[in-house]
Design a protein around this ligand. Structure first.
Ligand code: ARG
Length: 593
């Protein structure tokens, strides 16, 4: 049987440690299928009066009818009487028809926090069963105008990469730029009609390229002769014809400069390996699939049929051209075999769900991925919903301000936060530089947090006014809570490192205890966010922590109280956990407000 964590080595996941105790009480072995099914929940609302965690699983399993509640209560009591002694648990009780409630020991909580203060927050990082992952995000299409959707992917993708990096996974952050599809054939063909040779640099601007995209797209749809020519241009490009490659490289370079402005503003790092990168791997990949007997010829094209899917996966078109799916199959092959990634994560809007479903199914058919989609190596599509305007319509910033819109959007956020700071009378003693940096940190973080706090699959409304509010679930509220904690520590004039060495943490007041317990839940929260790929789980946690923290400093005097040392240590631990959450969300913390 696995050892239970002792305080000294608390590696974080409280829920998991508690589960081990329950399994012991139930006599279930950790590798038993029943253990897999067993679940615990952190208590919410009125349930918090009776315990910090609840197990209601037993009742759901045993008593589908209320008439059996006497029986399940008895079972509950038996489990409690069998519960192993542990320094982690203060008490266990049964309520209702057999719900088992566990109260966590305050001493254990305090010691675990003291331990983190000494050994660092990295000791609370979750452990994942993978060493290397690819996170494929942002990935705009060359020449297409950037829109708000192009903000969601880098924001969500960056957080997912950070969550994995914190969990000691090596992450390859990939910008799978759309530099190789049909639209490039269209654009190049149109460009050559405008300018038979290449125009000079002065003519090719990003505005010109974006206009070219729109005009060539319209012509592609209306004019069958042009359509054929554009398709041929794509084949010429894909087979490496120098004139086409030269025009293509120019267009890509200008587009890249534009799209990089967005990630620079967001301070998101990622490396470009565009669709064209995988070209040299296509033919071997197709050969491998052909040898495995998966490729069929239909009307001159080569496809992979997939059970239950209406349309097959198109590998080679009739004219010899490759598709978006061909590149994704080659990229998946490369990521698994060359980059040795064990988890490949794609962050795009939900509209691409079917595309990825097809790719993953084809990869399973080829034996590249295991049949079970939760076993590694694994591929996951992280879909997100659309951004709406106040009127409930889809937010399309480029209608009002072309090209630079996304960067402008962030600039507006910064300006709004600067105005709000000045109006609130903040930073009177700050230098203009300090004001600027604070406005930037708050401005960008309010955009990021407004996005990340929603379950990514749902759509959300974009509103500067809502984001700037210092109450409710906004980044501004979080920044105030953090700055307040920092100011208490600063004003105390104490050297925290000295306090850490000698000081003792006691969690006697109800609000100290609640805050301490919330801190201890950090690890299980991050693990949940990582494994389910849901950034909003961290946002919920951070918001709850800020609320808990406000209750604490309103109800518990810190400076000058008898408990000053202990409370300062609690403030420090809260600050550390908050900053780690900010880090995971790509938010720059603010220390003074
Ligand atoms: N370029 C695509 C688009 O703008 C997104 C690419 C996502 N990644 C991938 N491997 N298909 O829709």
């Amino acid at each position: 049987m696995e050892e239970l964590a002792t305080v000294g080595e608390f590696g974080g996941n409280l829920k998991r440690e508690l589960k081990k105790l329950f399994l012991l009480a139930l006599g279930i072995k950790p590798d038993d299928a029943l253990a897999e099914e067993f679940s615990l929940v952190a208590s919410k609302g009125p349930n918090r009066k009776v315990g910090d965690y609840q197990c209601n699983h037993i009742m759901h399993k045993l008593a589908p009818k209320p008439s059996q509640s006497d029986f399940t209560r008895l079972i509950g009591q038996l489990i409690v009487s069998n519960f192993p002694a542990s320094e982690m648990v203060k008490s266990c009780s049964v309520t209702g028809c057999g719900f088992i409630n566990v109260v966590i020991s305050s001493d254990y909580t305090a010691k675990s926090i003291e331990n983190m203060l000494i050994n660092g927050i990295d000791t609370w990082a979750p452990t994942l069963p993978v060493k290397r992952a690819v996170v494929d995000f942002y990935s705009p299409n060359i020449a297409k105008q950037l829109h708000v959707g192009h903000l969601r992917s880098p924001i969500i993708g960056d957080t997912i990469a950070r969550l994995l990096e914190y969990s000691k996974v090596q992450v390859l952050r990939r910008n799978h730029v759309g530099d190789w599809g049909t639209h490039l054939g269209m654009i190049i063909e149109y460009l050559f009609e405008d300018f038979p040779g290449l125009p000079n640099d002065a003519v090719i601007t990003i505005e010109y390229i974006e206009a070219l995209y729109l005009k060539s797209k319209a012509k592609f749809e209306e004019d069958p002769v042009f359509k054929e020519k554009a398709k041929r241009a794509l084949v010429c490009l894909q087979s490496g014809s120098p004139v086409y490659v030269k025009a293509w490289a120019k267009i890509c370079e200008i587009s890249r400069t534009e799209s990089n402005k967005v990630t620079q503003r967001l301070q998101v790092e990622l490396g470009e390996k565009g669709q064209s990168f995988y070209k040299p791997y296509i033919s071997n990949m197709i050969e491998e699939l052909t040898i495995k007997g998966l490729v069929q010829e239909i009307d001159g094209s080569r496809v992979i049929s997939i059970q239950d899917l209406k349309t097959p996966l198109m590998l080679v078109k009739r004219d010899g051209g490759f598709t978006y799916s061909t590149t994704d199959m080659a990229a998946l092959w490369y990521r698994l075999n060359e980059e040795k990634a064990e988890w490949i994560i794609y962050v795009t809007d939900v509209g691409q769900h079917e595309h990825f479903d097809k790719i993953f199914k084809a990869a399973r058919k080829a034996g590249w991925l295991p049949a079970n989609d939760t076993t590694y190596p694994r591929a996951s599509h992280v879909g997100f919903g659309v951004v709406l305007e106040g009127n409930g319509k889809r937010f399309r910033s480029h209608r009002y301000c072309p090209t630079v819109c996304l960067v402008q959007l962030l600039e507006v956020a910064k300006t709004c936060s600067k105005t709000a700071l000045i109006e609130r009378g903040e930073g009177k003693e700050w230098t203009p530089k300090e004001l600027d940096l604070t406005a930037e940190a708050i401005g960008y973080s309010m955009v990021k947090f407004a996005d990340l706090k929603n379950n990514r699959l749902s759509s959300y409304t974009f509103s500067y006014d809502q984001m700037l509010c210092d109450k409710g679930k906004t980044a501004v509220y979080l920044h105030y809570a953090h700055a307040r904690i920092c100011s208490i520590i600063r004003k105390s004039g104490k050297d925290i490192d000295e306090l850490k060495k000698a000081g003792k943490l006691a969690l006697d007041h109800a609000d100290e205890r609640a805050l301490g317990l919330h801190l201890l839940r950090f690890s299980e929260t991050v693990e949940e966010a990582c494994t389910k790929l849901l950034p909003h789980v961290v946002c919920e946690y951070l918001y709850g922590l800020s609320e808990q923290c406000s209750k604490f400093y309103h109800n518990c005097q810190v400076i000058g109280s008898a408990e000053e040392t202990s409370r300062l240590l609690l403030c420090e631990a809260t600050g550390i956990v908050m900053r780690k959450c900010f880090h995971l969300l790509g938010i720059t913390p603010v220390y003074k407000l």
